[in-house]
Design a protein around this ligand. Sequence first.
Ligand code: ADP
Length: 399
Amino acid sequence: MTVPTPPVVTIMIVNCQPEPAGAIQPWLGRYSIHREAECSAAIAALPRVLPTLIMIDVSLPEKRELEVCKAVRENTALGFVPVIAVVGPEPGMIDAALDAGADDVLVRPIQEGETLARIGVLLRMKRRIDGLRQENQTLTREVEKRDQEIKRAQTASQEVSVLKDSIVRNVSHELRTPLLQVKSSVAMLADDARAAAPNGVSVLADMAIASTARLESVVQNITQLAASLNVKSEPFKLMDAIQFAIRQMGRQWASSGGVERVRFPTQELPLVMGDRGGISQVLQQLLDNAIKFSPAGGLVEVLAERRDNAITVSVRDYGIGIPEDQRDRIFQAFYQVDSSATRSFGGTGVGLAIVKLLIDTMGLTIHVDSKPGAGSTFSFSLPIAELDDIPLDRAQTVV
Ligand code: ADP
């Protein structure tokens, strides 16, 4: 086993006229000694010698040796080098040495024991400071490395987000036109088939029409997904988002009177913070499900309730409900509680996945409360806009 050799401690003695002559050097036998008899030579030697500690002997009247002290403090590349100034008993000498940056002062005549004790203390202090400095450098390097990693990850994530955005937009755009053509062609073919055999069964034509409708709803979902990728947060009137969602629903449910079943709040509500379009999409999807999964004529309610500094928005139905063990899974894409061929409800199973994506992107949380056979309530909370959030021209809308 090899015993580690302790690092060499070099003490630089500057102009130290032996005090008593020649006495100091033998005291320092365990250290490597470098002597400089002249101040400017000592300053020039600093980067080469790299002393561990410096002892300067301050002589009157110029006290030029104190310049070494200043030079050591200014040269940050040397790290921390403790300086002991040896001064005479004249008044003001201790202050002059401390002002110049000395770490300790010994007054002549100096004693061996005290000198060695002071050197020992300063060397321990240096070791501690050097250790801390090294730790600090390692930490700084680590922080810089992490910083670079975060920047790289951010750039990569921005690139992926732009790419995803453009893929989703292009796909939805490219699908819509041919789908429209297929839809009208299928409708015409179905009319022809019915005209050719008025009493015949046009099962294939009906299947084609149903499949086209299903495909159309998938494309609509992809389009919603494209919109959900860019959400912003600004003050808006909740009623605007609710009414917009209901208007959109109107088209889909016009023939079955689904929209007439929806009750919504009539009271004045404060402005809330969020993405109006995103919230409207969420409500549209929740309302669509509420109407779809409740019996014809069953009531569907949109509720808005103030709780502290937020408004909790809920969509409630009194329909089939969702079994407890399925409540988390319904937010997974393509998951449907009843996925059997005999399933009587339309849909693709991505509506709630989009809801979840939108809710997450907006930094919100959605809750489901449901009882099989009794109905379901989906709710989320929006923060009420603070006065600072609201542009001056809209501030009077706050209640
Ligand atoms: P889908 O297109 O099937 O409606 P969603 O993602 O919107 O797809 O919903 C996933 C599943 O969650 C539905 O198929 C249904 O089983 C269940 N679900 C969603 N909303 C309700 C609701 N209000 N009442 C009962 N079941 C619901």
